[in-house]
Design a protein around this ligand. Structure first.
Ligand code: 6PG
Length: 241
């Protein structure tokens, strides 16, 4: 595993610009290499500026939207109309404003009791996977919590040890809401690129541990087996590394 690439930007605004450039680069590389770009988006607030950028110039017109397929790293188990849903936030911020084919948007069916299984089946179908194969996302965008969680993989929770399923339900997340569906660690580590986005001094301690690969936090366990790991940070989040 190569060491992570670390980009430290002055502030959230420049971090957002850098993240948009990273997204475009990953999209171009993937479409050049294999004709499609499959990306898993992060939830939370940090990537909101990135998503807005993707609907605006100079980014919107250089992304091959007809070749882009969008997934999510995790989803909160709340009603589909609840603004705290990660997919609704992304739809309102950019997906409804760009020419991506509707069938290329793959929300996590979090309202269903078997939502994790449904999501896994959708991923297997889109990636054309046979049993035992892992999806190789071209890019997985991740946030990080102060406790070192990422997606909905929280410290000390059972979901961290999942080694066969692509997605699992979490029922006691310490970050509300308690019930979520998340991609599992093997999926994150099968990606071609993983990009953590983190801003603010409150993330500095978790970022330090994640960059060091601290196995006691979920973000420290994200190490793409055959892929690139990037940390896109503002100066506050990078203040301890
Ligand atoms: C979620 C996210 C979660 C988030 C981090 C950081 O659904 O809550 O997937 O992992 O990325 O908690 O959130 P902020 O970007 O809001 O700090």
């Amino acid at each position: 595993m190569n060491p992570p690439f670390i980009s430290v930007l002055d502030d959230l605004g420049s971090l957002t610009d850098e993240a948009a450039l990273h997204f475009v680069d990953a999209a171009r590389e993937a479409v050049t290499e294999h004709g499609v770009f499959r990306v898993a988006l992060a939830g939370g607030s940090t990537p909101a500026g990135l998503y807005r950028h993707l609907s605006l110039e100079p980014f919107v017109s250089v992304i091959p939207w007809s070749r882009v397929s969008v997934f999510w790293g995790d989803e909160r188990c709340v009603p589909e109309c609840d603004i705290s849903r990660n997919d609704l936030s992304a739809r309102e911020t950019f997906l409804s404003l760009v020419p991506i084919p509707p069938e290329n948007v793959h929300p996590i069916p979090a309202a269903f009791p078997d939502g994790a299984e449904r999501y896994e089946a959708d991923i297997r179908r889109v990636f054309g996977l046979t049993r035992g194969e892992w999806p190789r996302f071209d890019l997985v965008i991740l946030g990080i919590g102060q406790d070192g969680h990422t997606a909905s993989l929280f410290p000390g929770q059972e979901a961290l040890g999942e080694s066969e399923k692509l997605a699992v339900r979490v029922t006691s997340a310490p970050k509300p809401p308690p019930e979520r569906i998340t991609l599992t660690l093997p999926v994150l580590n099968a990606a071609a690129r993983v990009a953590f986005l983190a801003a603010g001094s409150d993330k500095a301690a978790a970022v330090k541990r994640a960059v060091a690969g601290d196995p006691l936090i979920p973000a420290g366990l994200v190490r793409p087996l055959d892929g690139k790991l990037h940390f896109l940070l503002d100066s506050e989040a990078a203040s301890l590394i």
